[in-house]
Ligand binder design. Structure first.
Ligand SMILES: *Cc1c(COP(=O)(O)O)cnc(C)c1O
Length: 377
């Protein structure tokens, strides 16, 4: 079976992890600091906080943004549930905006329609690795005083108007799950340019506990620390961070490889009348986390089943979040975003990852053409 995504790990990565295993620190230590500095530098953000996964990164970002009961946070319907769950963790209410049918990213016009007096923040998701129209989102955020938390789980290494995703908004979160642009097994990061947010993120990552003199009410001695807020244990281990640093060195190569595969697919499918291919907005460089096609005529389930039968372990990204029973049972039964619905009815994600071989790409192209045409036999 060819999966839709998977990690690339080499001897250098294994060596980096083995080195940590022989050292004094296996939980958060010098390797985590180093990985944070490297991601901050790479993305152009001033600060980075490494955490245990991308969901923890979103949760901390919402907490640092001060999301609390009564607050609304707008995100896209076409995302993984974690982009909305993080708001619920804080007692806030996620509100779903529809997507732009061309980019599949949150539609700034629908975003504007969903803003109320309770809206505190917006979580745009750079779906498939293609950056959202950030200028329009920032303009709205400024107009209504909203915090922008970018969910960059798909988009480490992607760029908007020549700038890497990560330094553009108050906070941006990343995930290092194995299917994401780089991996640490499980892992995540929040990057920010704001020192105040950075300090809150660090505090909340580790129980709300500090040993920093200037934050404590008093200091009773060398052993002393204070818990100032109700935080969590969302720390990343040095084992993960060493893997992250090793992976980060290869990120640009990974993305170049993904772009090559996307170009190969787009050329191969260009003449297929019943296929809708991903389009890239000129001001963005996609990280090509996913290559989503739409079957315009044939039933998506038939296409999906045919591709599974042909040995492609593909997936559908995503079921609109409000479809899930949890959401339907918690006040979202009447939510309906027509563009997200239409995309969901037609979409499948093809295999795209740096280790995907040329023969495999040829095979994918062949079976996808047949499945979309309905000639798989
Ligand atoms: C993967 C993903 C997350 C969650 O990341 P984890 O590291 O798996 O917790 C959040 N948002 C999006 C869009 C994702 O794809």
């Amino acid at each position: 079976m060819i999966p839709y995504g998977r990690q690339w790990l080499d001897d250098e990565d294994i060596q980096a992890v083995a080195e940590v295993m022989r050292s004094d620190f296996i939980t958060t230590g010098p390797k985590a600091d180093k990985f944070e500095q490297e991601v901050a530098e790479y993305t152009g953000a001033n600060y980075a906080v490494a955490v245990s996964n991308g969901t923890a990164a979103l949760h901390l970002a919402c907490l640092a943004a001060g999301i609390q009961p009564g607050d609304e946070v707008i995100t896209t319907a076409m995302t993984f549930a974690a982009s909305a769950n993080c708001v619920l963790y804080c007692g806030g209410r996620p509100v779903f905006a529809d997507i732009d049918p061309i980019t599949y990213n949150i539609d700034p016009k629908d975003l504007r329609r969903k803003i109320t007096s309770r809206t505190k923040a917006v979580i745009p998701v750079h779906f498939t690795g293609q950056p959202c129209r950030m200028d329009e989102i920032h303009q709205l955020a400024e107009e209504y005083g909203l915090t922008v938390i970018e969910d960059g789980a798909h988009a480490l290494g992607a760029a908007y108007k020549g700038k890497k995703i990560g330094g553009l908004s108050q906070m941006t979160t990343f995930s290092f799950h194995p299917v994401k642009p780089i991996t640490t097994g499980e892992g995540g990061m929040v990057v920010t340019n704001d020192e105040r947010l950075y300090r809150r993120l660090k505090l909340l990552r580790s129980h709300g506990i500090t040993r920093e003199e200037d934050l404590m009410e008093k200091n009773e001695g060398g052993w002393y620390y204070e818990q100032l807020e109700l935080g969590y244990n969302y720390r990343m281990t040095d084992i993960q961070a060493a893997l992250g640093s090793s992976q980060l060195k290869k990120l640009d190569r990974f993305i170049a490889k993904r772009r090559e595969i996307a170009d190969t697919y787009s050329r191969a499918f260009a003449a297929e009348p019943d296929m809708i291919l991903p389009s890239v907005i000129p001001e963005a460089e996609s990280g090509w986390h996913l290559y989503v096609i739409q079957a315009a005529k044939r039933d998506r389930k038939e296409v999906y089943d045919a591709l599974r039968k042909a040995g492609l372990n593909i997936n559908v990204h995503y079921i609109p979040v409000y479809h899930h029973p949890y959401y339907r049972n918690h006040g979202y039964a009447d939510v309906f975003c027509p563009n997200a619905e239409q995309l969901y009815q037609r979409m499948v994600s093809l295999p795209i990852f740096p280790a995907l071989k040329e023969e495999e790409q040829e095979y994918v192209i062949d079976v996808v053409k047949k499945a979309v045409r309905g000639t798989e036999g």
